[in-house]
Each structure stands twice: as structure tokens, then as C-alpha cells.
Write a protein that binds this ligand. Structure first.
Ligand SMILES: [Zn+2]
Length: 136
């Protein structure tokens, strides 16, 4: 595997289960055990009721494009080889939204409401990214 030279996410104690899940190719989100709300990004307290009673659950990995943009030029140069690429906000069927990339599809074919499903891309032994591709 080629050495990964782009910036990597900083793992926090409360986000580590998400990254552990990605390494196992499982998309995990938090579910509040008090009000049943799904939460993402990883939090210490439920964004609906402020409870700390959050449990990690496996998400369906399915959703739709909520918003997207295509990057044609970028600084710093670590991403230069990737252009053009799509940065998107995907709304999972569970209702939470994730910032991610759409892959496996020409950038000009990406549309809002397009159905997508998760794919995992290993960057390093510690970090695997959850990205999305068209569902059909
Ligand atoms: Zn809650």
C-alpha cells in the first residue's frame, strides 16, 4: 500500500468507536437510550435531550445526497492528485448527516437526493474513511 500523506482525523476518546467501526467496515452512529434520537458526529451528549446515555449502533449505511460540491483546485497540495473530487453531506436513512466524499461516480453525475451507500477506504492501519457511492 502506498504511504498515505494527506492530513488524518484526530481521534478523540468519544469518537474512537466510530473509527474502530470503520476499520471493521461498519458504519456506527450513536443512539440516545433516553430519547431514541440518532446522533452524528460523535458526541458526549445527545443533541436532542443532552443525555449522556448514548450507545453506538450500526447504521444501515444507506442514505441520500443532501448537498454536494466538486473540488477542481485545492491547497494544500496533498489533495492535488485527487481533483476533481466530490465533497458531500449525506443524510443517512437514520436521519443524521455526514460530511463525506462521493466516489465511484463522475462528479457531474452527483445530484441531490441521489441514493448512496457506504464504502470504506483504508488510509492507514488506524484510519479507514467512510465514503459513499451510488446505490444502484
Ligand atoms: Zn436524547
Amino acid at each position: 500500500m502506498k504511504e498515505y500523506k494527506k492530513p488524518l482525523p484526530q481521534m478523540s476518546p468519544w469518537s474512537a468507536p466510530f473509527w474502530d467501526g470503520c476499520r471493521r467496515h461498519e458504519l456506527l452512529i450513536q443512539k440516545c437510550q433516553d430519547c431514541q434520537a440518532f446522533n452524528f458526529y460523535p458526541k458526549m451528549y445527545c443533541s436532542s435531550c443532552l443525555s449522556s446515555n448514548l450507545e453506538w449502533v450500526k447504521a444501515s449505511g444507506k442514505g441520500k445526497v443532501y448537498s454536494h460540491m466538486t473540488v477542481y483546485a485545492y491547497q494544500p497540495t496533498e489533495f492535488a492528485d485527487d481533483v476533481p473530487y466530490v465533497v458531500a453531506i449525506v443524510e443517512l436513512d437514520e436521519g443524521v448527516r455526514m460530511m463525506t466524499n462521493i466516489v465511484g461516480c463522475p462528479p457531474d453525475k452527483v445530484q441531490c437526493e441521489m441514493r448512496v451507500k457506504v464504502v470504506f477506504e483504508k488510509a492507514t492501519d488506524e484510519i479507514t474513511f467512510a465514503k459513499f457511492k451510488p446505490a444502484n
